[in-house]
Design a protein around this ligand. Structure first.
Ligand code: HEM
Length: 380
């Protein structure tokens, strides 16, 4: 067979593959039209992901425009994947409450990356329910109150930083300051790790690693796996070797393995944090009843799952809380009348708590209310 024939066969094979691929993708993109659901017309490769997350786009604005254009229930595609948007409150209630048993799974992860597959975010079906029921009591009000001491200590640092800077007339960059506060709180509450992210923003290794991790969360490799699912298994293979050696993940896993070993060895080293609560929750209950001969005597959570979930609490709580705090501060600064009302409300509660404390009826770690306000540069 001549070289030309070989090249022609190769070209024909590539062409046939492309034609089959395009047909398959078109079929995947036909689901909403088949179901009679309005949808955003998809790009063959990207679906509508390039519109939703394109550079300079604000996802929530794009979603708002689509809602106006297509109504309260519509579809769009992320690559090949159909995604249904539901903005009808009654239907949302049905999905999240009455019919939740049909909707408890999150969309499958784009790549099966460790350690996220072992966490509440990655687990599916019965295993998600089991792990969730072991972990949920960790976040009860009573247990959270035990951690209030750690939180107050970190908030005192925040107040000091803001007082110092505003005393000198310097502007305070609230976003990174709140990121520091959030990471200081979560690191100690969930990872048993004392950090000083608020004071040493640009020097703290964990702070730098977490910010770097989130910045690169959506990278070309993820996008490739998203648009061409064939690559996903390949990416999972590499990611599980590379991600585990990822700086932030490695730092946390090494640290947690050490802390768990120390706590099991030395009962006095135990403290009140989410990690300890997870260790106790995982070890105090067993599958099956005590008297049952066939009772499976194994821990409800493996060490791998405990570490993975501590890791995900840190990631899940970091950006969300820092963003909420920053946006709240921004709104309070731009709405001084609401800020004043909030201030008065906090003062009135603070006074009640102080008099209750003074009466010796109750001990409570609260802050007395003293003057203070948030303002943006615009108001200075
Ligand atoms: C203002 C702060 C927060 C916001 C706005 C927020 C928002 C959310 C939302 C919307 C979900 C559901 C996501 C989905 O279904 O795909 C979720 C789940 C989750 N969040 Fe948060 N979150 C916040 C704080 C935290 C904190 C502090 C932690 C950890 C201590 C945390 C850990 C988690 C975990 C583990 C899940 C998965 C739960 C499960 O599947 O059982 N979040 N969060």
């Amino acid at each position: 067979m001549g070289v030309i024939t070989l090249v022609l066969i190769l070209l024909a094979a590539v062409l046939a593959y492309v034609v089959i691929w395009v047909q398959h993708r078109r079929q995947q993109h036909a689901i909403f039209s088949r179901l009679g659901i309005p949808y955003v017309p998809p790009h063959l490769i990207y679906g509508s992901n390039h519109i939703l997350r394109g550079s300079g786009k604000i996802t929530i604005d794009v979603m708002g425009q689509w809602l106006q254009q297509y109504g309260k229930i519509f579809g769009y595609y992320i690559g090949w994947k159909p995604t249904l948007v539901v903005a009808d409150l009654d239907l949302i209630k049905t999905i999240l409450i009455k019919d939740f048993h049909n909707f408890s799974n999150r969309p499958k992860l784009v790549i099966d990356a460790q350690p996220v597959v072992n966490t509440l975010v990655g687990l599916r079906d019965q295993r998600w329910k089991d792990v969730r029921s072991v972990l949920a009591p960790t976040f009860s009000m009573v247990k959270m109150k035990h951690m209030a001491g750690i939180m107050n200590e970190k908030i005192n640092v925040l107040i000091k930083i803001i007082e110092e800077k505003s005393g000198k007339g310097e502007a305070v960059e609230m976003y990174s300051t709140f990121q520091g506060l959030t990471l200081d709180v979560i690191s100690e509450c969930a990872l048993a790790m004392k950090t000083q992210c608020q004071q040493k923003q640009n020097k703290d290794e964990l702070f730098k690693a977490v910010r770097g991790f989130l910045k690169n969360a959506i990278n070309p490799a993820i996008l490739l796996a998203l648009y061409f699912p064939y690559f996903a298994s390949l990416m999972s293979f590499f990611s599980n070797r590379l991600a585990l050696s990822g700086r932030m993940t490695r730092m946390i896993i090494d640290h947690l393995e050490g802390v768990i070993a120390v706590r099991r060895r030395d009962i006095n080293s135990r403290s009140v944090d989410v990690l300890q609560l997870m260790l106790e929750a995982a070890e105090s209950r067993y599958q099956g009843s005590e008297g049952d001969k066939d009772c499976i005597k194994h821990k409800l959570l493996t060490d791998e799952e405990i570490i993975a979930n501590a890791w995900v609490f840190m990631l899940g709580g970091f950006e969300t809380t820092a963003n909420s705090l920053t946006y709240t501060a921004y709104l309070l600064a731009t709405h001084p009348e609401v800020q004043q009302r909030l201030y008065e409300e906090v003062c009135s509660i603070s006074k009640v708590e102080k008099s209750t404390r003074d009466a010796g009826a109750m001990s409570h770690q609260g802050h007395e209310c003293h003057g203070g306000s948030v303002s943006t540069n615009r108001h200075q």
